[in-house]
Design a protein around this ligand. Structure first.
Ligand SMILES: *Cc1c(COP(=O)(O)O)cnc(C)c1O
Length: 410
């Protein structure tokens, strides 16, 4: 009996210890975040306006050209082309409209399917439905959180057949017209392999680089590999125009089409109003571009601050068990738009506790987006096996990432 009691006490002790050990990862992560950003209120991603913003906004007002034409729009587009190396840039009202036009001008139309990662922001999938096409959800891989090229190739081999040169989904009979490669949190996807797939299966590649201004794949800016690339300048992105986006392309003809269709398809004339197709009022306003010009001047400095912030987090997290800070992929340079923690599989069950503890303490942290494949409006859409996306979405946590966290006076 004594033996039994001792055994029981031992088991009980072990149980009590595990109860104490459990919240350690919660505290450890909270403290590591606080070592870097302090204990006050900190948002996930805030813009900073440290340059010529007011000067350019005032100059814009003085010209009275505040809407969709003006010198700031031209300058912003030129500066973006220079920074990204894209031959042509069309600035638009937001990243979502940029995606819509990129897909439309890639020939996406009714009854088509478009390959889209399930782990993405909702705009990627929404833009497909704006073209009356269907998103077809594909798996991501755990290093870049971008589309898993090997799994996608195997899947397409098994599930498509070529009809008149086009890859057709054998279960729906629909053409797979395009794929949207999304560079998650600013980390470049495996572009080389994905471009090969696009070529082999005759699928047009569009890059959703909304999160990735300042990210490079093998020294070339992301968003310049696809038929089109798309950027966003929403208030939470690396630089902001209030609301805004851009379409990048190296193709002169596509550039002209994109410019035309985003400008209500108006045929240029000194006084006539003639529109030669259904167009969109998607051009960026000059006043937003004025803000953008000032922001672009600070981009290089912002990017270097974001990199320093990553290094600080790296130091803070290197001895925290059960979690990994995400680093840029091999041969890539990431803009580190959102710093990301990946919990070990066994620690995923503490995610919500971690989110609660950090948000209660004032440090804003966020879980991954709900997978597109699980949103009610997309439940009927075709999909491949998404086990990795599902597991990752339960293990990801974004932590405060603003460049201003590296400002001296913070
Ligand atoms: C921000 C974002 C967009 C575009 O967003 P807008 O708010 O419309 O500028 C598109 N895709 C992804 C992945 C994004 O993060």
């Amino acid at each position: 009996m004594v033996f039994e009691t001792e055994k029981f006490t031992k088991i009980q002790n072990r149980y009590v210890q595990s109860m104490i050990a459990k919240p350690n990862i919660v505290k450890d992560i909270m403290h590591a975040v606080q070592r870097v950003v302090g204990q006050g209120q900190v948002s996930l991603h805030e813009p900073s306006f440290n340059g010529n913003e007011l000067k350019y906004l005032k100059a814009c007002l003085d010209t009275t050209f505040v809407s969709s034409v003006g010198r700031f729009v031209d300058q912003f587009e030129n500066d973006l082309a220079e920074f990204t190396g894209a031959k042509h840039v069309i600035s638009v009202v937001n990243g979502t409209s940029a995606l819509h036009i990129a897909l439309k001008l890639s020939g996406v139309k009714e009854l088509d399917e478009v390959l889209v990662p399930s782990l993405t922001f909702v705009a990627t999938a929404n833009a497909v439905t704006y073209c009356n096409a269907t998103p077809h959800f594909v798996e991501v891989e755990p290093l870049t959180f971008g589309i898993d090229a090997q799994k996608l190739r195997d899947y397409l081999i098994k599930n498509t057949k070529k009809i008149s040169g086009k890859s057709v989904n054998v279960s729906t009979g629909r053409v797979i017209r395009a794929m949207v490669v999304m560079h998650t949190f600013g980390h470049p996807s495996d572009l080389e392999s994905l471009i090969k797939i696009a070529r082999d299966f005759d699928i047009t590649l569009v890059e959703d680089a909304a999160e990735a201004l300042g990210s490079f794949y093998k020294k070339r800016h992301v968003g310049t590999f696809g038929h089109f690339g798309v950027l966003s300048f929403n208030g939470n992105k690396t630089i902001t125009t209030g609301a805004g986006g851009a379409i990048l392309t190296n193709d002169e003809k596509l550039f002209r089409e994109a410019k035309h269709i985003t400008t209500t398809a108006k045929v240029p004339h000194r006084w006539e109003y003639c529109h030669d197709q259904v167009g969109y009022n998607y051009r960026m306003a000059n006043i937003n571009a004025a803000l953008g010009c000032a922001q672009l001047e600070q981009l290089a400095e912002n990017l270097s601050k974001k990199r320093s912030l990553y290094l600080k987090y790296f130091e803070a997290f290197k001895n925290v068990a059960g979690v990994k800070l995400i680093s840029e992929p091999h041969e890539c340079k990431s803009n580190y738009w959102l710093q990301t923690l990946l919990l070990d599989t066994g620690q995923a069950k503490f995610r919500d506790e971690i989110l609660k503890a950090t948000n209660d303490a004032g440090q804003m942290t966020r879980p991954s987006w709900q997978l597109m494949s699980e949103l009610v409006q997309f439940l009927d859409c075709p999909r491949m096996d998404l086990d990795v996306s599902k597991a990752l979405s339960r293990r990801l946590i974004n932590i405060p990432s603003s460049s201003k966290l590296m400002d001296d006076n913070f």
